[in-house]
Design a protein around this ligand. Structure first.
Ligand code: SAM
Length: 186
């Protein structure tokens, strides 16, 4: 069975084409952007840490289809005004970095809510959650609560979780935008 992040990439790979736009909402070391840039037309990648942007720019210096955005993902609608086919949130703190600089549920949920308005039909948003640390635990609970409330006529929501592992292992939430739902039917 695929680990959480691998499965997230597989889900994205199944729907994203070379004509599509994707969002990496938590750039970090750039591994998810590195993956996305090869399967789509353009990636917009957000991070609040200058260091993350700098290192990732270095990693992808010859790459022309990535735009790095030094801003919180909660401001996504200030930067993006086009439809996107794939979105990834890899939450928590940067492994090997400052653990105090982590994602927080309030801003994560705002970012999620806003970015879902940009998702095109059959597009997918994947969220890797890490309940093994305090803030991550709170975030996992609140994000799960939020996605459970999404209208099933508009979105299909999946939870991928290893249920016999100890110490609160990471899990994945995937949200697919259903095809052609007119707002009058919701
Ligand atoms: C777990 S890391 C992401 C790992 C990354 N996707 C990779 O492949 O290396 C989480 C990242 O989210 C960033 N972050 C925290 N709060 C954020 C926010 N409000 N908006 C955007 N990025 C944020 C952190 O700076 C950190 O780099």
């Amino acid at each position: 069975m695929d680990k959480v992040l691998k499965y997230a990439h597989r889900l994205l790979e199944e729907v994203v084409t070379s004509n599509d736009i994707c969002l990496d909402m938590t750039l970090g070391c750039g591994k998810d952007t590195l993956f996305l840039k090869d399967i789509c037309k353009k990636v917009y990648a957000f991070d609040i840490q200058e260091e993350a942007i700098k290192k990732s720019k270095e990693l992808m210096k010859d790459c022309k289809n990535v735009e790095f955005i030094l801003d919180g993902h909660e401001n996504v609608l200030l930067h993006i005004n086009e439809k996107v086919k794939g979105i990834i949130f890899n939450l928590g703190y940067l492994p090997g970095g400052n653990k105090k600089i982590t994602t927080h549920f309030e801003t994560t949920i705002k970012a999620l809510k806003d970015s879902l308005t940009l998702l095109s039909d059959k597009g997918i948003c994947v969220i890797c959650l890490y309940p093994g640390h305090l803030e991550g635990n709170k975030e996992s609970i609140e994000v799960t609560k939020y996605v459970k409330g999404l209208n099933q006529k508009e979105f299909t929501v999946l939870k991928y979780e290893f249920i016999n592992q100890i110490n609160n292992p990471p899990f994945l939430i995937a949200i697919e935008k259903n095809e052609n739902v007119s707002s009058s039917k919701l």
